[in-house]
Design a binder for this molecule. Structure first.
Ligand SMILES: C[S@@+](CC[C@H](N)C(=O)[O-])C[C@H]1O[C@@H](n2cnc3c(N)ncnc32)[C@H](O)[C@@H]1O
Length: 293
């Protein structure tokens, strides 16, 4: 290979290498800026669950609890087309954090105060991803989820971090503590199948009777949250809740195909039967917003 050809080859190779996206763990490890505190396994989970959002145009992310601010730099590098990244923290010292990118905004305040949520949603109405890495107190984790889930976009993810705290007394937790954050999310996993409950609204209240905060909520508001829970996934110390429109959370049409039913032909009578979205909604909420159905 001539020297000229070799240097061209080398230049192309180098630029391809530079363009190659670093994986999340690499970004976190190479961080030389503001300190970020994440467990290694979280980075593996995030790489997996954020893979299809990494290049999403106009992505919006809210992180509750930023402390030294390094995680915002990680997200900014990881999500290549991020539009807005909001970090919020109750600690006023976080206002000292400065970012070159205009995509990053900080909101100082308690996430469970209306004013803080108002300030956040004035900047950005809905989020692809919300990560709660705040106080880790069980009551806060539950209230934050109830307050913020409505600001997740269709197909978006809500993530509660550090749920190991939910097993510890100091954080209002315990393995058998009925109102711990993890027990709340475990109860919430039943709402994925809520369509099959006999009385959705009545049963919602009794199902969550260990959580006084839910008793205080209007049942329609809680139904609206629960009916948009598409899936709940538990990983070590993390709970991931995916939000989808109500119609995407129903069982749908019964697809019975084929022509020969030589063992039991009863099944053919059920062909095309569907769980009706209309009657389900009519039974539960009349004036649902269009974007939730
Ligand atoms: C574990 S640290 C966050 C670490 C950060 N996400 C990171 O990756 O490096 C938790 C932060 O949550 C903040 N926090 C605690 N309670 C809060 C609340 N009610 N509202 C907002 N932030 C809160 C604390 O001030 C603290 O800075």
């Amino acid at each position: 290979m001539s020297i000229k050809k070799f240097s061209n080859f080398f230049r192309t190779f180098k630029s391809t290498q530079n363009k190659k996206l670093l994986d999340l763990k690499e970004i976190h490890i190479r961080n030389k800026g503001y300190v970020s505190d994440k467990w290694a396994s979280y980075l593996d989970v995030y790489s997996e669950i954020f893979a299809n959002k990494r290049d999403k145009e106009g992505l919006t992310l809210l992180e509750v609890g930023i402390q030294n601010g390094g995680s915002l730099q990680t997200w900014l590098t990881f999500f290549t087309k991020i539009k807005k990244l909001i970090g919020t923290d109750i600690d006023p010292k976080c206002s000292k954090l400065k970012y070159k990118s205009k995509k990053v905004e900080l909101v100082i305040g308690d996430i469970n105060e209306d004013l803080t949520i108002e300030k956040i949603t004035k900047i950005e109405k809905k989020f692809d991803i919300i990560i709660d890495d705040g106080s880790h107190l069980s009551s806060d984790i539950i209230i934050t989820f109830l307050n913020l889930f409505k600001y997740i976009k269709n197909d978006g993810l809500y993530i509660a971090e550090d749920l190991h705290c939910s097993y510890w007394q100091d954080y209002e937790g315990g393995l058998d503590k009925k109102d711990s954050a993890n027990n709340f999310f475990k109860k919430l996993s039943d709402v994925v199948n809520m369509e099959h409950w006999i009385n959705q609204k009545e049963d919602l209240h009794s199902h969550f009777e260990d959580f006084p905060v839910i008793k205080k909520m209007h049942i329609d508001d809680f139904f609206l949250i629960t009916s948009q829970v598409h899936s709940i996934e538990f990983r070590n110390s993390i709970c991931i809740i995916k939000k989808k429109k109500i119609s995407s959370n129903l069982l749908g049409k019964r697809l019975i195909t084929g022509k020969k039913a030589i063992v039991n032909d009863d099944v053919l009578r059920l062909r095309g039967k569907r769980a009706s979205l209309k009657s389900y909604l009519k039974k539960n909420i009349k004036n649902l917003k269009k974007d939730s159905t």
